[in-house]
Design a protein around this ligand. Structure first.
Ligand code: IMP
Length: 197
């Protein structure tokens, strides 16, 4: 395993930070996509399609095995939206989008505020081999933001126990998150995949 290199196809600082902490100690050198990497339009209709689009582009650009993740929040009362559009469905900052989501949910009672975080990881090898791994975290939208940790929708995403994800430490989030669940599945396969790359 030592010396195995993997390109992480993401420019999202919050995600990079979480992946580095999740992969720390796995003996895999994580290389970021530099600023020269081409922007790839995320045109897929599903998390799986978008993760593959990003990983294929990163593998083609670097010639190295690539890992990409596509994630988002699916709100039941909104038919699964914003889903694959979570990062961009409203222009502005993460905070603007979180408030826009709360605005869409005004008047929706607690029992219908259920939602889930979804993370899909795609690993693409230069040989063309592709594998997908999915993780989810169930929760509920709060009425107002709470907490300062995490990123994105974390201040309004409450999980079992009553805290929002932004009220957790990164270690606590990593113990339950959609991303770490997808990554745990991925890590069962990654050593063998990188061996073959
Ligand atoms: P992507 O970079 O296209 O996968 O966009 C993912 C978007 O989903 C992020 O910009 C956030 O808005 C949201 N998201 C994904 N994972 C999380 C999380 O762990 N916490 C909060 N928001 C998340």
């Amino acid at each position: 395993m030592a010396g195995k290199r993997l390109v992480l196809a993401s420019k999202n600082e919050g995600k990079l930070r979480e992946f580095r902490s999740l992969l720390a100690g796995a003996g895999i050198e994580i290389i970021g996509l530099g600023p020269d990497a081409p922007e790839v339009p995320e045109t897929g209709q599903t998390f799986e399609e978008n993760a593959l689009i990003k990983a294929r582009a990163a593998a083609a650009f670097t010639g190295l095995p690539a890992l990409a993740e596509d994630s988002g929040i699916a709100v039941d009362a909104l038919g699964g939206e914003p889903g694959v559009h979570s990062a961009r469905w409203v222009p502005g900052t993460d905070e603007d989008r979180l408030h826009a989501l709360l605005a869409r949910m005004v008047g929706v009672p607690a029992e219908r505020r259920t939602a889930r975080y979804v993370s899909v990881i795609a690993v693409v090898l230069p040989s063309g081999r592709e594998e997908l791994f999915r993780g989810e975290l169930e929760g509920r939208l709060t009425e107002a933001p709470r907490g300062t940790g995490g990123f994105g929708y974390d201040p309004i995403f409450e999980v079992e126990g009553g805290r929002t994800v932004a009220e957790m430490t990164l270690e606590e989030k990593n113990a339950i998150s959609h991303r770490s669940r997808a990554l745990a599945k991925c890590m069962e396969r990654l050593p063998a995949l990188l061996e073959e790359a």
